[in-house]
Design a binder for this molecule. Sequence first.
Ligand SMILES: [Zn+2]
Length: 198
Amino acid sequence: MQYPQRLEKLFSLLQKLPGVGRRSSQRYAFDMLLHWPERTLQELAAALNDIKKVLLCADCGCLADESHCLFCQDPMRRRDALCVVGSPREVYTLESTREFGGLYHVLPTLLSPLDGRGEEKLNLPKLIARIQKEQVTELILALDSSLEGDATCLFIKEKLQHLPVKISRLAFGIPVGSALEFVDGGTLARALSARGSF
Ligand SMILES: [Zn+2]
């Protein structure tokens, strides 16, 4: 079926979004976008245009509107505790728990030598300089429970062992609300070895 060129262009762009196929793209276009007021469409276009203006904080690597992020600018946050994450997005996942009041440090990547992501890609000198400058006493490694996450945690622990900083990693355990019989063996084994008193 032949649609006007402008609509075909919109369909193909919408299909770049995850989970959006041709039928969904047509539904978004016909049921939503074509009915939106021109002003709202202009706001959407402007927001898309500005998305590349989102910056990375010069200190921690979190997303920012200016040279420094809102976390680093917040005088109420602890500066002696750093939470190390693997991507800016994970910061918001952790923030949603409201359990951490320190600052973040976003690694450029996780270690994966087979994919060409060796230790130099971690830029640990930047983390070490921050720990020393801010007199950080606690470092929490909030990295994936994966081969890359495990390797990165071990590497950081080894490289920072000369510093007077307490290093911990997020606990592994059974998911909240799950029945033991449905927990996979690997998770259960880790939960057993990392068991704690209650
Ligand atoms: Zn920052």
